[in-house]
Design a protein around this ligand. Sequence first.
Ligand code: V0D
Length: 252
Amino acid sequence: MIEQTNQKEVELIDLILKKKLPEHVAVIMDGNGRWAKKRGLPRISGHKSGMNTLKEIVKCSGELGIRVLTLYAFSTENWKRPRWEVDFLMRLPEEYLQKELQNLIDKNILIKAMGDLEQLPHRTQKAIKKAREDTKNNSGMILNFAFNYGSRSEILFAVKSISIEVTKGNLRPEEISEKLFEKYLYTSGLPDPDLLIRPSGELRISNFLLWQAAYTELWFTRVLWPDFKKKHFLKAIHDYQKRERRYGSIRI
Ligand code: V0D
C-alpha cells in the first residue's frame, strides 16, 4: 500500500493536536456489501476492502494518540446473513490477526473483544484469545472489537448478573447505581465513547453501545466503509472538537 499523508491532512492533524482529542472513538464498520454491489463485485470483496480501511484507521488512531478505539465488527443480527457470508466473516479475525498481531504488539496496542464470544467458531475464539493474551501487558491504545455484540443483550446480561447478587444477599437494591451498573457491562473500566462514527448513510445506532452512548457525539457520513479514509476520520475528529459538549447542563 502506498503511504500518503498529503499537505491538507498534515494541516488538519496540526489543528486536531492543538485541541482535546476524543478519548474513546467508536466506529460502525458499515457499507461493505453495498460498496461491492455498486461495483458488481461479490460481497466478500467488500469485506476484504473494508479490512484495508480498518488497518488505516487503527494506524491513524494510534498516531494521533486516541486512547480507545472500539470497532463494531459483527452484530448479533448478522447471523441472519447467508451461511457462506457468515463463514467468510468468521475467518476475518484470524486473517487480520495473522497479518497484524505482530505489528499491534510492536505498537504497544492492547486488544479487547466484547460480545457473546462463546457462540463463535472455536478457531475464531482461539485467535481472539491469543491476541488478548499476547497484548495483555501493552499500555498503549486499546483496540476493542465489538464482536457478536448486541447492546440490549449486554444490558440484560448485566441485569441478570446483578439480580443474582441481590438474591444471594451480596447486594442491596439501594446499592444499584449507574456506577455499579456499568461494572456489569462489557465496557467496564473503559470510558464512555466521546465520538461515534457511522459511515454508509444510515442514521441509526442499531443496538450499539446504547447505555454508553448517552452523551456521545454522533457523526454520520454517506461514504461507505471501504471508501472511508484517513481524511474522513480526521474530519470527524475535527468536527467533534468544534462541538460544544454540555452533558445536559447549560453553557457557563
Ligand atoms: C469485515 C471491515 C477484523 C468490516 C473489516 C466477523 C467487516 C473487516 C476483525 C476482527 C471484519 C475481529 C475481532 C478481533 C480481531 C479482528 C473483523 C469481523 C469482520 C466480524 F479480535 N476485521 N473484521 N471481524 N471485517
